[in-house]
Design a protein around this ligand. Structure first.
Ligand code: FES
Length: 678
């Protein structure tokens, strides 16, 4: 018999890993040998159902494989019993029981749902390869014997070594007083929760359940300075079973990050108060996701957190004062691993917490998580990733080199410093169009379906009112004012248009544009335009510095992260010169990329190593120290830019002719220093 007959070829999808195995090898063993992740809790007893796979039938010429269902052994009694008791979906096999008989293409489904969990759409349902830091391992332990006076825990360890090859196992102390009662409750059958993060770490028994415990959960959480978002996922199936969010209670100590650092500096127990506040909110969210997901908090065994450097420090109980000024020294930049109970989080007593590394003193673990999620370091294209908050975090790179910086944009994009600015909430203007001939505007308000010039608007807006302009609305109104010729490329409101349109109103020595003639009156003032110019110039100058360092004059792809990035229209962001010129079809909102990165690290510890390594390699650029920052900043005050061409943008939008107007307010120029940061 030739080798191919006695050693059939098995290809696992979607990983593409392949190898030859002796006839009669269980598919699960083959997967293990190739490093293909297939879950197993019962250790091949055909009771947990976690190891399901299916056969792709057909002739796969590219791989030289003809794969067929009957290249697996027939369904045996154990598998038949599982199917009868628990039910196996059509076409699925238990890989611990199915034996290789011939060439196969095996599909490892990423969605093995055992307890029919509700699928949540709230979390980005990207599916990731799983390789969690927690394994659930069922064992049957020898009963005590007077002849062999080995302790209960020691016989449990022996069983885990025999069945699961955990030869050197550490044990969390909190389990030792409980081990006897759990073993007896389970009638010597128990499921061990084993934690092993790094390849060189010793495995550690952190939880123990009587009987077969066929589920374990983890939480992934993004601690933003304004909002905190948490997802509860099954560590075994990867599914997100519940999501919840809340505003960060630290807001009562200070709206922006710098005011929170000041609070710590001014108040002796300020740090403690803010740490307690965020941990209390996190425990509240854990309660919420558990109730929503129908999960006990003691079933949560792992957790991953991300946040900007100041949130990161306050969460871990570290004084953030050093982050308040140059050289912005982090107490710790590498990943932090800690027992969750040590940082006041109440889940299982053995639950572990992993906090992603911070990139620099003002580019945090949230930016690291967003980088992991969007993967500039995994691609050839030069990708720009921007998270716009009070401080913009900027990452630019490809597989050769990745750079990161932050830029002090200030709070203008969030509606602060803008005369009619407000946070995105019902009643806020979020979209604006201006007729270039009549200069009449039409707009859309959050929570109201019709545009302001459409029938039914007044009735629909009666409930919310028209209360102000949010970040995306500010971007659009200023870009539209520029496209309609109301402001020059230098951002000066053209007062000569007052004769043509009642919308142009004198305002001291400058002019304003009347956007909403109602209660309240909503205008865009010269100062508003300036505030946005300063903010966007700071962001663009930061981006340009990174482009200089990379030696590129254009980027291939742009990802706009965070809530603001989700709602701004890339076209208007480009008209304003907030982001560099790029093919518009390659500018995408990437949502809560930081939360996605956290979830990746929860479900696969390989991603933890990937981001730790990537962060070590990222070149950190301190914008304030770069001599060219001012030069880029001055050029970027113009719309879209004084120097840089925007060919991609010009192909889809007719940019106005240059018109130079005197800056009556005498403002502008590059007068900006680093200040509040987010
Ligand atoms: Fe549990 Fe196969 S490993 S059913």
């Amino acid at each position: 018999m030739n080798d191919t007959r006695i050693h059939p070829l098995v290809l696992f999808m979607p990983s593409g890993k392949r190898g030859r195995f002796p006839v009669g090898t269980p598919v699960l063993d083959a997967a293990r040998q190739l490093g293909v992740y297939v879950e197993s809790v019962c250790g091949g007893r055909a009771t947990c159902g976690r190891c399901q796979v299916s056969v792709q039938e057909g002739n796969f010429a590219k791989h030289g494989i003809t794969s067929s269902d009957d290249h697996l052994s027939a369904i045996g009694p154990k598998e038949e019993r599982y199917d009868r008791v628990r039910g196996l979906p059509e076409g699925r096999r238990l890989s611990c029981s199915a034996l290789i008989q011939g060439d196969l293409v095996i599909d490892v489904p990423q969605d093995t749902v055992i307890n029919a969990q509700v699928v949540r759409k709230a979390a980005d349902e990207r599916v990731f390869d799983r390789n969690a830091a927690i394994r659930m391992c069922y064992v049957e332990v020898e009963e005590p014997d007077m002849e062999k006076p080995l302790g209960d825990l020691d016989r449990l360890k022996a069983a885990l070594a025999a069945d699961w090859h955990f030869d050197e196992l550490d044990v969390d102390f909190h389990l030792i007083p409980r081990v006897q009662s759990i073993l007896r409750k389970g009638e010597w059958k128990v499921t061990a929760g084993i934690h092993k993060d790094g390849e060189d770490d010793r495995p550690r028994l952190i939880a123990l359940y009587p009987g077969l415990k066929n589920e374990a959960y983890g939480i992934a959480c993004d601690i933003g300075s304004t909002t905190i978002a948490m997802h509860l996922s099954s560590l075994l199936s990867g599914r997100t079973v519940a999501s919840a969010g809340t505003s960060n209670p630290q807001i009562r100590f200070g709206e922006d990050l710098m005011s929170r650092v000041s609070y710590v500096m001014m108040n002796p127990d300020g740090r403690e108060a803010m740490t307690a506040a965020v941990r209390e909110a996190l425990n509240g969210l854990i309660d919420q996701v558990c109730i929503e997901g129908g999960v006990s908090r003691t079933d949560i065994l792992d957790s991953v957190f991300v946040g900007n450097p100041i949130m990161h420090h306050l969460f871990l109980g570290i004084d953030p004062t050093e982050l308040g000024g140059a050289p912005f020294a982090l107490a710790v930049s590498g990943a932090v691993k800690v027992k969750s109970s040590e940082i006041g989080l109440s889940m299982n007593e053995g639950t572990r917490t992993y906090v992603l590394p911070c990139i620099a003193g003002h580019v945090g673990a949230d930016a690291a998580a967003a980088t992991l999620s969007e993967g500039p370091h995994r691609q050839d294209e030069m990708m720009l990733l921007v998270d716009i908050g009070t401080n913009a975090e900027i990452v630019l790179g490809n597989r050769t080199r990745v750079l990161a910086a932050s830029s002090p944009t200030g709070p203008a994009f969030e509606g602060a410093e803008i005369s009619s600015g407000q946070r995105a909430a019902p009643g806020a203007i979020e979209r604006v169009r201006i007729d270039p001939v009549t200069l009449e505007p039409r707009f859309r308000v959050i929570g109201v379906e019709p545009w302001s010039n459409e029938p039914g608007f007044a009735e629909a807006a009666a409930a919310t009112g028209v209360t102000g302009i949010c970040g995306s609305g500010i971007i659009e109104v200023i870009a539209e004012m520029y496209l309609a010729g109301i402001i020059s490329e230098d951002g000066v409101v053209d007062g000569t248009l007052a004769g043509r349109s009642p919308r142009i109103l004198p305002n001291g020595r400058t002019f304003s544009y009347l956007l909403h003639d109602g209660e309240p009156l909503i205008t865009v003032t010269q100062n508003d335009v300036r505030a946005i110019q300063l903010a966007k110039a700071a962001l663009y100058a930061g981006v340009k510095l990174l482009m200089d360092k990379q030696g590129v004059t254009e980027v291939d792809r742009i990802g706009l992260a965070g809530a603001f990035g989700t709602f701004i229209d890339p076209k208007y962001a480009m008209v304003l010169g907030l982001i560099p010129d790029c093919d518009l079809s390659k500018v995408k909102a990437v949502g809560n990329a930081a939360g996605t990165g956290a979830r990746m690290c929860l479900l696969n510890r390989g991603y933890r190593r990937e981001i730790e390594e990537t962060v070590r390699r990222i070149d950190k650029i301190e914008t304030a120290l770069e001599p060219r920052f001012q030069e880029h900043f001055v050029a970027a005050m113009a719309l879209p830019n004084k120097i840089d061409p925007f060919p991609n943008l010009s192909a889809v939008v007719t940019l106005p002719e240059r018109k130079v107007l005197a800056d009556a307010a005498g403002e502008g120029g590059a007068r900006r220093r680093r200040r509040s940061r987010d």
